[in-house]
Design a protein around this ligand. Structure first.
Ligand SMILES: Nc1ncnc2c1ncn2[C@@H]1O[C@H](COP(=O)(O)OP(=O)(O)OP(=O)(O)O)[C@@H](O)[C@H]1O
Ligand SMILES: [Mg+2]
Length: 158
């Protein structure tokens, strides 16, 4: 696994963010990244996962669940948009692939979840438009080749 700390990415009009980038060479490495990342999450954290179909969003979500000591195997909540998994901290796993417009999120009471002390992990988070909270941690997964992915993590510095 190659890691690179890009350091604070600040400009006069942008908030300070910590940006970190790594490359994984197998789905197991991505799973392990997710697990390590999931261990450090706190109540109320929101993790936005973006990346094309088959990039590895669900693999990261599975790893996060493992890092949160959740024993259930998590799958994509394709027909429900959201699935709750019980752990010492509840995990709200969203998959917004089927959202056609942001107003559908009203029916899901989207915002209430991260105000509820769980950890939210949102696949296809770009479908949520501007409705994610300011403290959202963003993870983008980019396909490099069949077994390699570039993972870029951006956190607001607060
Ligand atoms: N380095 C890697 N990291 C993650 N996945 C990898 C990697 N190399 C190969 N893969 C494969 O890519 C696929 C990732 O699937 P996954 O379901 O996690 O994608 P996704 O982003 O959730 O897709 P979707 O948008 O359909 O929900 C798996 O088949 C996995 O085995
Ligand atoms: Mg998925």
């Amino acid at each position: 696994m190659t890691e690179n700390n890009a350091g604070p990415d600040s400009g006069p009009f942008t908030e300070i963010k910590m940006k970190k980038e790594l490359i994984t060479r197998s789905s197991e490495e991505t799973l392990m990244f997710g697990e390590k990342f999931g261990r450090d999450l706190k109540k109320g954290d929101v993790v936005a996962l973006t990346g094309d179909l088959g990039a590895g969003k669900t693999i990261i979500a599975k790893g996060i669940a493992m890092g949160m000591d959740i024993i259930d195997d998590i799958t994509s909540p394709t027909f429900t948009l959201m699935e709750i998994y019980d752990g010492h901290i509840p995990l709200y796993h969203f998959d917004l692939y089927r959202i056609e417009n942001e107003s559908e999120l009203d029916l899901l009471y989207f915002e209430e979840y991260w105000e509820n002390g769980g950890i939210s992990v949102i696949e296809w988070a770009d479908r949520a438009g501007s409705r994610l909270p300011d403290n959202t941690i963003r993870i983008n997964i980019e396909y490099i080749d069949e077994n390699s992915r570039r993972i870029v993590i951006e956190r607001p510095d607060n």
